[in-house]
Design a binder for this molecule. Sequence first.
Ligand SMILES: [Zn+2]
Ligand SMILES: [Zn+2]
Length: 346
Amino acid sequence: MFFDSATPLQLQEFTVPYPRTGEAVIRVDLCTLCGSDLHTITGRRQEATPTIPGHEVVGTVVCVGNPAPVAIGGAALKPGDRVSWSVCVCCQNCDRCRNGLTQKCRSVTKYGHELAEGHAGLSGGLAEYLLLRAGSAVLEVDPRLPDEVVCPANCATATVAAGIRLAGEIAGRRVAISGAGMLGLTAAAMAVHFKAASVQILERDPKRLQQAAQFCPQVLATDSGQWPTEADVILECSGSHDAIKQAFAALAVGGTLVLAGSVIPTPPVALDPEQIVRRCLTIRGIHNYTAADLLAAHSFLMAEHRRFDFARLVRRTFPLQDINEAIRWAIAEQPLRIGIRPGRTT
Ligand SMILES: [Zn+2]
Ligand SMILES: [Zn+2]
């Protein structure tokens, strides 16, 4: 069985498992839904069911295994801790994990994408409780960060942190960002944070363009046809075939293009190798992130969540029992995020 757009989600009861070594039971405080969740739930991406979707979660530790999971900073988790964690669970032992690509672990599993069966079946955020698995990179969340700010951190914010890491130095460089979705807005704010000489964000949807200008007035928000003639760093967050071609042309000598938005198949883009050589260009791809990127995302949000209104990007929150209404609303209104609060009943 797979998800399809005609079948609504159903609420089911599960037995909360007793946590084993390195695991914890988490009470879900808020789960936000991103575009990939909606692709999954509406059947655009094939995903076997039964599954509990949702990977952008902030929650509270209820009980821990023996030994308890350890947060990125080294502290053992205990009941009452407020946490978020990486989308990917890795083994920390295979060649990819050892080479710093933990998100591409040879035995990787992902929250919100596993069958809701057996001991680890509570793996998605659209639930009252979730089993935090051994091998997750766990973030102790600062109490000053609202749930709405924290939730997307383990998806868009950490992915952008990884993209910025690959882009290298941002200070003093001319940055262009393609696409004003959650990734693009976060990238714009992060480029401002890291003191780029200039930041331009390109978007073809007028509503998103307006939202970008309000969210991040420090940047130049333009239609997607108005590429700069020279950009030192380009973060491509739209996945658009045309945008990638234009981004390549807009790179300055010595420039770096980071591709982050191309997560569904598109026609190939022809690249001129002579141009890559003569203009000394770098092209990098980034998918998901490492524990260090998640920590960087948290630090960035701590520093900037008041200057950039991330909380408002979660346009509405719904109780869990209204999940199907929430999904209908999200598809109709196309907000960057909606939130689901399992603990809320009205
Ligand atoms: Zn996400
Ligand atoms: Zn591994």
